[in-house]
Design a protein around this ligand. Structure first.
Ligand code: C5P
Length: 400
């Protein structure tokens, strides 16, 4: 669970700082990387040398020595971590966090970090119960800082009550909880179509389109990352199969439909494939010959099955949430909303594929999410980020 994760541990002042050594030992035993920031107060109780010996990493103490080549900036320190842990967290550092004070490396880092923060308070019982500390704790909790402890018991100052640092195994358990991947889609089956289809003209030629499969593949990966069992039905693409996803490779729209139907039942279907609307009525069995002087062959086209409309049809095997895509070049919202109703799907992810947008086959996407409740305009984002947000929306919708 913790193996390969990286914790940035801020050790602030207090007699409980010695327990940070045991905390580091437990984290290292779980193969979790630990990098330490030691405050001036913390350094009164434990030495940088002890922390360094246990973490096998340089210990960071000062904000001001950035000219020193071996020193790392507070931004870089926070970037390199999956979680920031303050243990022990003194009344002073908690107050600085609540007030947004940044006057040393630890407090500056805590103000600048975009990572989750876990604080393990430790202080004298009256300091803990003081309304100022309690007000600071309320602010921090409201802002999403996770708190473990303090425990109640006999304290180093010969008093009894809440204020003891949580035991290191309990802090490790809190860290593991915060780093555990969220799997709201565990137990759900998601079916995703992606890429173009190739419709044969003869054994060597085909009709196709510019879809890269990037958006559909990243949606499959994002749903899997939230714990879903994912079947990805992919047309011919030049990108790798996403990890942790069962992939069915197909060429034509008819094959894509069969593969989807075989994959049912599913809780979720996301049809991101750019399915060819037509196929050649009868593909030639031999290569069409170019006869000098003769007119080019005509292609008689017939419509392909509509996979999205088929999956959206009411019935026992209809997935609970069916999401379609609408690639449009004009009157995007109106066409997309009409498509949602016509095809019978629940949501439409609409995007403008005019050549100027660079979206079709590109790295980024700017979508409008169209549901029965209305339209949401999303900012232009990298396709994996669109996928991540969409997967989270899907998970939230299934929880309702
Ligand atoms: O009708 P149009 O192709 O614009 O609709 C786009 C949506 O319908 C996409 O979600 C696409 O995957 C799906 N679709 C499909 N089968 C087709 C055509 C489109 O699943 N034959």
């Amino acid at each position: 669970m913790l193996a390969g994760k990286r914790v940035l541990l801020i050790v602030s002042g207090g007699i409980a700082a010695y327990k940070a050594l045991e905390l580091i030992r437990l984290l290292r035993r779980a193969e979790c990387g630990v990098r330490c920031v030691l405050t001036d107060g913390g350094a009164q109780f434990v030495t940088a040398l002890s922390l360094q010996a246990l973490t096998e990493e340089r210990v960071h103490t000062t904000l001001w020595s950035l000219t020193d080549e071996s020193e790392m900036g507070h931004i870089e320190l926070s970037r390199s971590a999956d979680l920031v842990v303050v243990a022990p967290a003194s009344a002073d550092i908690l107050a600085k966090m609540a007030a947004g004070i940044a006057d040393d490396l630890a407090s500056t880092l805590l103000l600048a970090t975009d990572k989750r923060v876990l604080a393990a308070p430790a202080m004298n019982v009256r300091m803990w119960l003081h309304p100022a500390t309690q007000a600071n704790m309320a602010v921090l909790r409201r802002r999403g800082v996770a708190i473990v402890g303090p425990d109640e018991g006999a304290m180093a100052c010969n008093e009894y009550g809440p204020g003891r640092l949580a035991e290191p195994p309990d802090i490790v358990a809190a860290i593991a909880d915060l780093l555990a991947p969220a799997t709201p889609l565990a137990g759900r089956h998601a079916l995703v179509t992606s890429g173009p289809t190739h419709e044969p003209i003869d054994p060597v030629r085909y009709l196709a389109n510019r879809s890269s499969g990037r958006q559909g593949h990243s949606i499959a990966a994002a749903l899997a990352a939230l714990g879903a069992q994912v079947t990805l039905v992919s047309g011919p693409v030049g990108i790798a199969d996403p990890p942790g996803v069962a992939v069915r490779h197909v060429e034509t729209a008819e094959q894509m439909l069969s593969a989807c139907q075989e994959a049912l039942p599913a809780d979720i279907a996301v049809c991101a494939a750019a399915v060819a609307d037509w196929r050649v009525a009868e593909a030639a069995t031999g290569k069409l010959k170019k006869v000098p002087g003769a007119a080019p062959p005509g292609l008689a086209l017939v419509p392909n099955p509509d996979i999205l409309a088929t999956l959206s049809r009411p019935g026992p095997s209809r997935p609970r949430l069916v999401v379609g895509f609408a690639a449009e070049t004009d009157e995007l919202r109106r066409h997309a909303e009409e498509k949602r109703v016509r095809k019978g799907c629940d949501w439409i992810v609409a995007n403008d594929v005019s050549p100027a947008t660079g979206i079709m086959g590109g790295e980024e996407n700017a979508i409008h999410l169209i549901t029965a409740e209305g339209v949401e305009d999303w900012p232009r984002l990298p396709k994996p980020e669109v996928a991540r947000r969409l997967a989270e929306r899907i998970a939230a919708a299934l929880e309702e």
